[in-house]
Design a protein around this ligand. Structure first.
Ligand code: NAG
Ligand code: NAG
Ligand code: NAG
Ligand code: NAG
Ligand code: NAG
Length: 347
């Protein structure tokens, strides 16, 4: 996405957020994935991958909630664009009838593979997120009276996936802790990951989902955690990592085509909204690419608790060593919104 497209997307989002919507474009919105969309599911887990402390949430109305950024995350902004007047609640704390509009199952450090993120502690892997969705389905059937009504509700919902990053940065590219890189080449790893993802998406289909969006993985070789800072001051992404991720994205696009061919009563889409490259995005809005906004821990790459963050947060691409700032999330959510529009009109 070039700078002009980004500026247009931003204008579009601001107008849209200003106008609001009378009724949501989907009756319900379910979110699966990792820290890019987690909104508090890790808070009570025994893990270093949790962020319910300042300066996270410094720009969020409720303060620190477990969102891995300064303000709203991509799922929050997408929910607003879709016309929801409240954020989708995290599975960990969702109560009573709030689940009728959707639930957010995402968990920081989690991945498609169950061992992904293990070194950081507990996390809710994709398989477990799907088990949690089954619990939600039972609750919705109770709320609506029976499984037929629940099924009629659930097949109209948007199911949105942001997962895969940790299968690389908290698995494949940590050979000291995970064996995957000695078992697979980047190509066979991408195929194995997408194979497992395929099973997970079919499980979701079997539980009644019919409108499903999957996100490609961003250029992880450009993360501050990976790029390293200081030496020359220049910013160069790590090609081996970006190339490995590209193989995954290519496989995932092929999977979406196969699923659409096999399940003609459903629609699957691939969204490249998460694939924002900091180098291409620099320009009118974002000016600081390689330095995170907050002071990060040199062991976790997350913000150090209670240290102040930068003041001009909207000039920065990264909030910590891994996660984008709210302004970048806004751009990604706008791009996602445009992609998921095609699901609204699918029957
Ligand atoms: C949390 O995890 C760490 C490391 O995995 C472990 O040593 C510790 O006992 C765990 N704490 C609790 C309360 O389970
Ligand atoms: C969810 O429940 C259905 C029906 O009981 C079952 O077939 C499926 O395996 C369950 N899925 C998961 C991920 O537990
Ligand atoms: C399920 O509930 C709906 C709404 O309450 C009702 O109209 C329908 O007849 C019920 N279906 C069955 C199979 O019980
Ligand atoms: C699609 O259907 C074919 C033929 O039944 C099957 O071999 C293949 O595994 C299916 N692929 C997916 C992604 O469901
Ligand atoms: C991390 O930071 C601490 C304190 O600032 C320092 O003592 C330590 O050497 C650093 N560790 C690494 C691996 O850079």
């Amino acid at each position: 996405m070039g700078a002009a497209a980004v500026a247009l997307a931003l204008v579009f989002v601001f107008i849209k957020l200003e106008l609001g919507e009378s009724a949501p474009q989907f009756p319900c919105f379910f979110i699966f994935g990792d820290s890019l969309v987690d909104n508090g599911n890790n808070n009570e887990l025994n893990t270093t991958a949790k962020v319910n402390y300042l300066p996270y949430g410094i720009d969020f109305p409720e303060g620190p909630t477990g969102r891995f950024t300064n303000g709203r995350n991509i799922a929050d902004i997408l929910a607003q664009l879709l016309g929801f007047d409240t954020y989708i609640p995290p599975f960990a704390t969702a109560q009573d009838d709030e689940i009728i509009n959707g639930v957010n199952y995402a968990s920081g450090s989690s991945g498609i593979r169950s061992e992904t993120g293990e070194r950081l502690g507990d996390r809710i892997s994709m398989d477990r997120q799907l088990v949690n969705h089954n619990i939600t389905i039972s609750r919705i059937a109770q709320l609506l009276g029976n499984h037929t009504s629940a099924a009629n509700h659930l097949n109209k919902c948007l199911y949105y996936f942001v997962v895969g990053s940790n299968d690389y940065i908290n698995n494949y590219f940590q050979p000291d802790y995970y064996p995957s890189s000695s078992i697979y080449t980047p190509q066979t790893y991408a195929i194995a990951l997408v194979q497992q993802y395929s099973q997970q998406l079919q499980t979701l289909y079997n539980s009644g989902a019919r409108k499903i969006a999957v996100s490609g993985v961003g250029p992880l070789g450009c993360l501050p955690a990976v790029v390293g800072r200081g030496s020359s001051g220049s910013f160069t992404c790590v090609d081996t990592i970006n190339d490995a991720v590209q193989l995954f994205n290519d496989e995932l696009k092929l999977l979406v085509d196969r699923l659409n061919n096999n399940y003609t009563d459903a629609k699957f889409i691939y969204t490249s909204a998460m694939e924002l490259n900091p180098i291409e995005l620099v320009g009118p809005v974002i000016r600081i690419l390689s330095t995170p906004c907050c002071q990060v821990s040199n062991t976790t790459g997350l913000c150090v608790s209670r240290k102040t963050s930068c003041l001009l947060r909207s000039l920065y691409f990264f909030y910590d060593n891994f996660h984008p700032t709210e302004v970048v999330n806004t751009i990604a959510a706008a791009a996602s919104y445009i992609d998921v529009l095609s699901l609204i009109f699918s029957s």
